[in-house]
Design a protein around this ligand. Structure first.
Ligand SMILES: [Zn+2]
Length: 155
């Protein structure tokens, strides 16, 4: 289950890196076991120091943060059941350079899903431009070993 790092750090999802860093340092101080006693009055609830560090480690890297954001967004959308359309992965264009599949939206934007996201089980994508959401249907290849038996020696 994905943790909500933004909630852990009490920052908004569009907070800048410096805002997040400031908040992280503040939380480190407040939630440090040595300090917790004296700060008890200002604490709404104790957040494990490990969660705070984990959140910062993820959000400090722009590429990791972007990936985390899309996973989080998809998870929330799925929880809300707000899906506007369905597409088959077979109908999407595969981009070898980025390792991502894309499909055009009815606006001029597009839906993009990376192989990493697919491997994580992400199946809902938001349009890059508008707020439409699609669910992507794809087969999980569980019997890949059987398929490769016949020509496995060629590689
Ligand atoms: Zn769109």
């Amino acid at each position: 289950m994905l943790k909500d790092y933004y909630a852990i750090l009490s920052v908004s999802q569009d907070a800048s890196l410096s805002e997040i860093k400031l908040q992280y340092q503040k939380l480190l101080l407040i939630h440090h076991p040595d300090k917790q006693q004296q700060n008890q009055s200002v604490l709404k609830e104790a957040i494990p120091l490990q969660d705070i560090k984990e959140a910062w480690e993820c959000l400090r890297q722009p590429s990791q943060r972007a990936f985390y954001d899309s996973s989080l967004k998809a998870l929330r959308l799925r929880a809300n059941g707000q899906v506007n359309d369905d597409i088959d992965l077979d109908d999407m264009d595969y981009n070898e350079d980025s390792g991502a599949y894309s499909a055009p939206c009815r606006c001029s934007g597009e839906y993009v899903i990376s192989e990493e996201e697919l491997e994580l089980g992400v199946d809902t994508v938001v349009c890059s431009t508008c707020s439409l959401i699609v669910r992507i249907h794809y087969e999980v290849e569980t019997d890949r070993d059987d398929d490769n038996d016949s020509d496995g020696n060629n590689k």
